[in-house]
Design a protein around this ligand. Structure first.
Ligand code: G4P
Length: 528
């Protein structure tokens, strides 16, 4: 086994997913606080600025800056080296949010205890399910009035189709939220606040300790006893194998704001989640401990400054050790190269790095040679990772150039921006590129597209919103589109690779298409 085995073993690479406002930023910050990466919570920037509506380019640039700096953070805790991947939400929710999940080995799903499962949680959860990665649930904001914990667990199971196992159980909620009961160790962790910016003080006491009633109150003591009985009788068995395969989600309760339950969650989560997982390359599985560096690109961030056309490519190291001064082989480009200024983010700081290990995320300057899904590896190591899927956009606009003389620039700009993965473009079947349909996951991408077409390619465009909300790839190898029986508001289109797709206004029309065309295969993701 190579000497860097220990470095890889102690790595944990995960994404935090949530609906906006559930507490993802706050929880991330508290992890950094407990990891000693920051000394006082309130230092991680980004949250507030990204809330404002996007009105001008400066704002977009600022937002993009934020999503660069908060893309991934590395810190140490209890001997682990942790990589947290941020999944941009709010207005900068985009395909990048989904792609980032392809680089994670597990996900922490933050749920607002008063709201339960929300729209964006569902979408992100679906993407996690594509690879069956372990999903850990943190039910947040227990310091506010919360819904019944049993009801919340049931909702997770019914809405998301995943079994749950409560690892701990809350004692009270709102102002009366005092701590959590640790089911495995049969002890109560009682918290006292030190103000949210510092770690909370925890006192541990056994469930059968006679002093418990005076600590939490007789009423809560009795209630806890009843709830434990219910839990032990009704819930699923804990099964680590099912957790690792994304079938059972360990559930934790707490409050990121007051720090109650954050550290026990972090500790249990790190214990239960895995070291970097292997990845598929053709028929093979490339293990993180395999000799020789390999990585894949999962995100490309274009530089918005016209004077600097370079971009940053983010890659996930899959195996071995990356060394900055060594040449690597870019499989899709067929070339050996040295990666320029490899960098990593430590808390809020950006650092040029000399080495990285399987599980790590590195960002490199990209002169325009990388595409999403590309493989890099040690020269001589024959490997090509499975590409990153293309995710179904949900917002569509019809786009045309205002000046028809600029057709060439229009086609070039739209194609290049689409190749970078910032937007997806479609055409009506058998039509030219005079008009294209642009599909995006988040509205900010339309603004970015328009700005870049005007500033980088010098083409003024007109965009009109289309009334579609769903797109599905047709998976049937051979199909005669003319024979399809579809509702009148369904549109047939092609993507840049010539694959056929259908645009729908509602779920009802999708069902109609499936019911009236025997054997029709529609999919929400397209493997590249
Ligand atoms: P997000 O990244 O998932 O969008 O959520 P974020 O952490 O930004 O939290 C959204 C709001 O919820 C913030 O309040 C934050 O302080 C609050 N919050 C997060 N965790 C908890 C919690 O455990 N308990 C309570 N009571 N509130 C929580 P805000 O007023 O919108 O922003 P701010 O003024 O606090 O920055």
């Amino acid at each position: 086994m190579p000497d860097y085995k220990n470095e890889i073993t102690r790595r944990r690479t995960f994404a935090i997913i949530s609906h906006p406002d559930a507490g993802k930023t706050t929880l991330t910050e508290k992890f950094l606080l407990y990891g000693g990466a920051i000394t006082l919570a309130g230092m991680v920037k980004g949250k507030r600025n990204s809330r404002h509506a996007v009105s001008d380019w400066m704002e977009i640039e600022k937002q993009r800056g934020i999503s660069v700096t908060s893309s991934v953070m590395q810190f140490q805790y209890g001997g682990y080296c942790i990589n947290i991947l941020d999944t941009p939400g709010h207005q900068d929710f985009s395909e990048d949010t989904y792609r980032t999940l392809m680089a994670a080995d597990s996900a922490v799903m933050v749920i607002d205890a008063a709201k339960g499962v929300e729209a964006q949680t569902r979408k992100l959860f679906k993407v996690c399910r594509l690879r069956d990665i372990p999903i850990f649930t943190f039910i947040n904001k227990m310091d506010r009035e919360a819904r019944d914990p049993f009801e919340l667990c049931q909702e997770l199971e019914h809405e998301l189709g995943i079994d749950t196992y409560a690892v701990n159980w809350p004692i009270g909620c709102g102002k009366a939220f005092q701590g959590v009961y640790d089911r495995e160790r049969k002890r109560i962790i009682h918290f006292t606040s030190n103000g949210g910016s510092k770690a909370a003080t925890a006192t541990e006491i056994a469930l059968d300790d006679p002093a418990l009633a005076s600590l939490i109150g007789q009423g809560y003591r009795d209630q806890l006893n009843d709830e434990i009985e219910l839990l032990d009788g009704a819930s699923c068995e804990f099964d680590m194998d099912r957790v690792r395969h994304g079938q059972l989600s360990p559930v934790f309760f707490g409050s990121a704001l007051t720090n109650f339950g954050v550290e026990p969650f972090l500790e249990d989560f790190l214990r239960m989640t895995t070291s970097p997982l292997p990845r598929t390359a053709g028929e093979e599985l490339i293990d993180s401990f395999d000799d020789g560096f390999s990585a894949f690109v999962f995100k490309i961030q274009a530089n918005m400054n016209k004077a600097h056309r370079d971009r940053i490519a983010f890659m996930r190291v899959v195996s071995g050790k990356f060394e900055a001064d060594r040449e690597v082989y870019h499989v899709q480009g067929g070339k050996k190269l040295k990666l320029s200024r490899p960098q990593q983010l430590m808390a809020a700081e950006r650092e040029i790095i000399e080495e990285a290990y399987a599980g790590d995320i590195i960002g490199v300057f990209d002169p325009g040679i990388f595409s999403i899904g590309d493989t890099l590896c040690a020269p001589g190591k024959k490997v090509m990772f499975q590409g990153i899927p293309t995710f179904a956009p949900e917002l569509f606009s019809l786009v045309r150039q205002k000046d028809t003389m600029k057709r060439k620039q229009f086609v070039k700009g739209a194609t290049q921006i689409a190749q970078e993965g910032a937007i997806q473009i479609f055409q009506e079947v058998n039509s030219g590129m005079e008009e294209i349909i642009v599909g995006v996951v988040g509205t900010l991408q339309f603004d970015v597209f328009q700005y870049r077409m005007e500033n980088e390619y010098n083409v003024d465009i007109a965009m009109s919103t289309l009334p579609y909300s769903f797109i599905r790839w047709i998976d049937n190898e051979e199909i005669d589109l003319k024979t399809l029986n579809l509702t009148s508001d369904t549109k047939k289109v092609q993507d840049m690779k010539g694959r056929y797709l259908l645009l729908f206004s509602n779920q009802w029309s999708i069902n109609w298409a499936l019911e009236h065309n025997e054997g029709l295969l529609l999919s929400e993701f397209s493997q590249q």
